[in-house]
Design a protein around this ligand. Structure first.
Ligand SMILES: [Zn+2]
Length: 331
């Protein structure tokens, strides 16, 4: 059965029917092209509908000798998470900067998809998840004949590093997120946001939030081979206490919203929608992935369920000017 077509919200399951619902995939194949923010390499992605229980998998093409590699979008495939989240490895094939695409998938309620990609990095597009959501909206979703499965948090799991932490806590009504950041620059400062993640709340509050970076970090990043594709078209660039993008911010607190968007993408690597409460202070890709490692290392901390969950909370969740760079989101 096709669920809506062409109109933004109709493609996603209504908020009330989230949990306990069926798995979904795209109604048809779709494509998107762009350049990697770090590699600056042109890349084309082809989204292929996939069968129930397939999960989200990348088919990395364009490797030496015409090889291909299938990589599960799961926490145990993550090999680096400093400036972005990378699955696979450089020797046998990897895909980097998957987080904004993964957030769009999670928030759209897409369980099963084969993502064919002909380069090493997901295109950055405008630095947010919105361009990916637009593609999924255009194509629409189909329900599949298999119950959706969730990972339900049964007891607190926490990772910390000095005052920074990320944790997952039991929370019965879906997926709640509480994220806080504290940057030295007064432009950002301390920002905190809580959200019950649903397809609607992601669209209304997070999807357009762009990645950001600091001019002072550009040289170091570029020398290390990062941020080669960063520009004012895909990054909010910060110079001291000033924003260099002529259009300014998309949200007054775009920074915390983007951190939250990143966390949605990273946490989608659980492989199931989460029933629980995620909290972090000055976290980043590394801590987001670490808390998943800790969760799945403790068999008593979670269970995989197919239950319906009441309430509006998400269960169906799914998910540098010419010379500017985006700085470590690992902050
Ligand atoms: Zn990001």
């Amino acid at each position: 059965m096709r669920i809506g077509s062409g109109v933004a919200r109709q493609n996603n399951l209504a908020e009330g029917e989230m949990a306990g619902s069926k798995q979904t995939t795209l109604a048809n194949r779709a494509e998107i092209s762009g350049r990697g923010v770090h590699s600056d390499q042109p890349v084309t992605i082809v989204f292929h509908p996939a069968s129930a229980h397939h999960g989200i998998q990348f088919l990395r093409k364009g490797l030496a000798g015409g090889r291909e590699r299938l990589i599960y979008a799961r926490h145990d495939a993550v090999t680096a998470s400093e400036l972005c989240t990378i699955i696979g490895d450089t020797q046998s094939g990897s895909v980097s900067t998957i987080e904004h695409l993964m957030a769009a998938l999670y928030a759209s309620g897409i369980d099963n998809l084969l993502i064919e990609i002909d380069g090493p990095e997901v295109p950055i597009m405008d630095g947010s998840s919105a361009p990916f959501i637009a593609v999924f909206d255009r194509v629409g979703l189909v329900r599949q004949d298999a119950a959706r499965r969730f990972v339900k948090i049964l007891k607190p799991v926490r990772v910390e590093h000095s005052e920074k932490y990320s944790e997952l806590l039991p929370f019965a009504r879906g997926f709640r997120m509480t994220v806080e950041i504290d940057f030295k620059t007064a432009l950002i400062g301390r920002q905190k946001k809580s959200l019950d993640l649903t397809p609607g709340s992601f669209r209304d509050e997070l999807q357009h939030a762009r990645t950001f970076g600091f001019l002072k970090d550009v040289d170091m990043l570029r020398q290390a081979g990062f941020a080669l594709g960063a520009s004012l078209d895909n990054t909010v660039a910060i110079d001291g206490d000033a924003i260099m993008n002529p259009e300014g911010l998309r949200y007054r607190d775009e920074f915390i919203r983007h951190k939250m968007l990143d966390a949605v993408g990273d946490l989608s690597l659980a492989g199931y929608p989460i029933i629980g409460h995620f909290r972090s202070f000055c976290g980043g890709h590394r801590m987001n992935v670490s808390v998943l490692h800790s969760l799945f290392a403790d068999r008593t901390a979670f269970e995989i369920v197919e239950e319906r969950v009441s309430g509006a909370a998400m269960t169906d969740a799914r998910p540098r000017a010419a010379a500017l760079a985006f700085a470590p989101e690992a902050n």
